[in-house]
Design a protein around this ligand. Sequence first.
Ligand SMILES: Nc1ncnc2c1ncn2[C@@H]1O[C@H](COP(=O)(O)OP(=O)(O)OP(=O)(O)O)[C@@H](O)[C@H]1O
Ligand SMILES: [Mg+2]
Length: 273
Amino acid sequence: MTHVIVLGNEKGGSGKSTAAMHIIVALMKTGHRVAAIDLDMRQRSLSRYIENRRKFSENKQMDLLFPIQPEVRASSLDSREASREEETANLTGALSTLSDCDYVVIDCPGADTHLSRLAHAHADTIVTPLNDSFVDFDLLARLDPVTGALAGPSLYSEMVWNARKRRAMSGVPGGIDWVVMRNRLSATRARNKAEMGKKLEDLSARIGYRIARGFGDRVIYRELFPLGLTLLDLGGRDAPVRLSTMSHITARLEIRSLIATLKLPPRETREAA
Ligand SMILES: Nc1ncnc2c1ncn2[C@@H]1O[C@H](COP(=O)(O)OP(=O)(O)OP(=O)(O)O)[C@@H](O)[C@H]1O
Ligand SMILES: [Mg+2]
């Protein structure tokens, strides 16, 4: 009954960990039991984000919400097969302990790893943040260099396609809902923004994703990481940091819009299924 949300994109630095943390806090703030799994074994940005949140909460003696954090280890075995088997057991073992959670949010690394593929195959919802650049778009689809027409799916779309196939064959009911979210949208580069928008629209029907409104390029996201806070923690009378500018308020609306676009099934619907 737990709904699994996977943040994935093989392109590094597209905003997976930032979006993961905002989704986790948004869901906790609406009263849900949420687990967070960090599969980026090297950078551990999501784990570091949550560690910063704990430190902030202790130092300021503030009650903040925290997700459940089951540990999933990478294998250090030499044999590729044995290592994959161990990692599969680690992830499925961790997921099996989370049946009383409403949502599990899994943050994947910006690389193709066995754990990341496995997480995608367990996803009910995949969220793919994408920087507004054709370099990032290249991982979703290839464009004809002369005409600019869509030439076919690319690495990451193929990975999602395989995850969908695996899921369909596993007999688990329901498919994978895939949402692409544009990130770091610039207020100035209007032409590039419009061209990317058009290509993403064209591709969405062909490879089966929905498009979320996305996040603007805002310095506040970088400032919040060391504090362990999200935009959703700011604002109220007792808030640690005030929502000071129009940009912050708009950013908060962008997060709410993303959550609404995800159309996550409420607890009652999942219980009834
Ligand atoms: N909308 C945004 N505006 C400004 N900065 C952003 C935005 N989203 C993310 N960032 C910043 O961009 C950097 C990369 O973001 P993040 O770590 O979330 O990406 P990632 O996809 O998880 O990266 P990796 O693939 O390395 O794990 C961080 O410094 C983050 O603070
Ligand atoms: Mg990350």
